[in-house]
Design a binder for this molecule. Structure first.
Ligand SMILES: NC(=O)c1ccc[n+]([C@@H]2O[C@H](COP(=O)([O-])OP(=O)(O)OC[C@H]3O[C@@H](n4cnc5c(N)ncnc54)[C@H](OP(=O)(O)O)[C@@H]3O)[C@@H](O)[C@H]2O)c1
Length: 326
C-alpha cells in the first residue's frame, strides 16, 4: 500500500483526500518510482478544480513531476534498474503519491550532486521555460528578455535560463521582495508591476527599442502594457494566465509593430516532439548539475499538506517552487 492524495470530485483544492492505495505495477516500457519529492505546479490546482485543458476520470491522483528511486521496472526496460535515482514527468498525472509508474522515456538519471527536492521541482517549470525561450522564442545572446510573474515557478525558471543564455533579463513582479528574489536569480533589473507602468519602464530601460522577447505566464491586465512593450521582430511567449483572465489582443498591434505572438505548451511539446523534449530535459539536468539553474525551494512540506501548498500558489505567495515529500 502507499500514501496518496486523491481528487475524488472536482472542486476546491482543500477537497483533496489522503488515502492508502495499492501501489501501481509498471507495465511494458514503464518504471515505478518510489517518490521522495514532488514538484507542485500551478496547473495542478487547475486540474483538481476541473479547470484544466484535460479532465481526468475521477478519482485520480494529481501531479506531473517527481524525483525518487526506481523500485520496479516493466518488460522491455533496459535503461533503468531498481535503485537508480531519477526525476520523472508523468503524462497521466499521479505523482502526489509515495509511488508512481511512468514511461521509462519520461525519466532522467540524476546527477549525483542533485538532491531529490531540487530534481523533483525542475522538469515542469524549467522545462517550460527552456522550451519557450529556446525553441519558441529563439532567444539570442545579448537580447532583452522581459519576464512577468518573475518570482513564480515558471517565471523564475525563465529568469535563470534567460540569464544563462546571455540575455539581458528584466523581471516584472508585484512586490519588492519578489523583485529581490528575481535579481538574486539572474535578473539584471526589476520592475514593480504594482507601482510602475511596464510599458514606460521597458521603454526607458531599452532606449525606446522595446524587449526582444516577453515570457508571460500571467496574462490578464498586464497584457495591454505588454502588447506595447515589444520591439521590432519581438516574440511574445504566451505561457499562461495566472491572473485568471485571458486577455484579448487587437491584431493590428503585431502587424504594425512587427512582432510575433507565440503559444507555448510544454505538455503537448513533450508528446509531439519527444526526442527534442528529452534533449531539452537532459540539458537542464546538465545545467542543474553545475548550478547554472537551480529551482528555488519556497517550502518543503509533507505530502499530506498538498492542499496547503496549492492554496499558497493560489494566494500568489510562492517564490519559486513548493515541494511535497511523501
Ligand atoms: N504553457 C505551459 O506549458 C505551462 C507550463 C506550466 C505552467 N503554465 C501556466 O503558467 C501560469 C503560471 O504558472 P507558474 O508555475 O509560474 O505559477 P506561479 O508560481 O503561481 O507564478 C505565477 C505568478 O503570476 C503572478 N500572478 C498574477 N496574478 C495572479 C493570481 N491571481 N494568482 C496567482 N498568481 C498571480 C504572480 O506574480 P506577481 O505577484 O509577481 O504578479 C505569480 O508569482 C499558470 O497559468 C500555469 O497554468 C503553463
Amino acid at each position: 500500500m502507499m500514501d496518496a492524495m486523491v481528487c475524488e470530485q472536482y472542486g476546491p483544492v482543500k477537497n483533496l483526500k489522503h488515502r492508502q492505495l495499492t501501489k501501481p505495477t509498471p507495465g511494458p516500457g514503464e518504471i515505478r518510482v518510489r517518490v521522495s519529492a514532488v514538484g507542485v505546479n500551478f496547473p495542478d490546482a487547475l486540474l483538481v478544480q476541473g479547470l484544466y485543458q484535460v479532465k481526468p476520470e475521477l478519482p485520480f491522483i494529481p501531479g506531473i513531476e517527481c524525483a525518487g528511486t526506481v523500485d520496479a521496472v516493466g518488460e522491455r526496460v533496459s535503461d533503468f534498474s531498481p535503485g537508480d535515482r531519477v526525476a520523472a514527468m508523468s503524462p497521466r498525472f499521479g505523482t502526489y503519491a509515495a509511488a508512481v509508474t511512468v514511461p521509462a522515456s519520461h525519466a532522467y538519471p540524476l546527477p549525483p550532486t542533485l538532491e531529490f527536492a531540487q530534481a523533483g521541482a525542475l522538469l515542469c517549470a524549467h522545462g517550460t521555460a527552456y522550451h519557450a525561450l529556446v525553441q519558441r522564442g529563439a532567444l539570442q545572446t545579448g537580447e532583452t528578455l522581459l519576464v512577468t510573474g518573475a518570482a513564480g515557478g515558471t517565471g523564475l525558471a525563465a529568469v535563470q535560463i534567460g540569464h544563462a543564455l546571455g540575455a539581458r533579463v528584466i523581471a516584472a513582479c508585484s512586490t519588492q521582495e519578489k523583485m529581490d528574489t528575481a535579481r538574486q536569480h539572474g535578473a539584471d533589473v526589476a520592475i514593480n508591476t504594482s507601482e510602475d507602468d511596464i510599458r514606460e519602464a521597458v521603454k526607458s530601460l531599452t532606449g525606446g527599442a522595446g524587449a526582444d522577447v516577453i515570457f508571460d505566464p500571467v496574462g490578464g491586465t498586464l497584457a495591454g502594457s505588454l502588447s506595447r512593450s515589444l520591439g521590432w521582430n519581438g516574440r511574445w511567449l504566451i505561457i499562461g494566465f495566472a491572473d485568471g483572465e485571458i486577455p484579448q489582443l487587437p491584431l493590428n498591434l503585431p502587424l504594425v509593430k512587427g512582432y510575433s505572438v507565440v503559444g507555448v505548451f510544454w505538455g503537448s511539446f513533450c508528446e509531439n516532439e519527444p526526442a527534442q523534449a528529452q534533449a531539452n530535459h537532459q540539458q537542464l539536468f546538465n545545467m542543474a548539475a553545475v548550478g547554472t539553474v537551480q529551482p528555488r525551494l519556497h517550502a518543503v512540506m509533507p505530502l499530506t499538506q498538498a492542499a496547503n501548498a496549492l492554496e499558497t500558489i493560489q494566494q500568489r505567495l510562492v517564490q519559486g517552487k513548493i515541494v511535497l515529500e511523501p
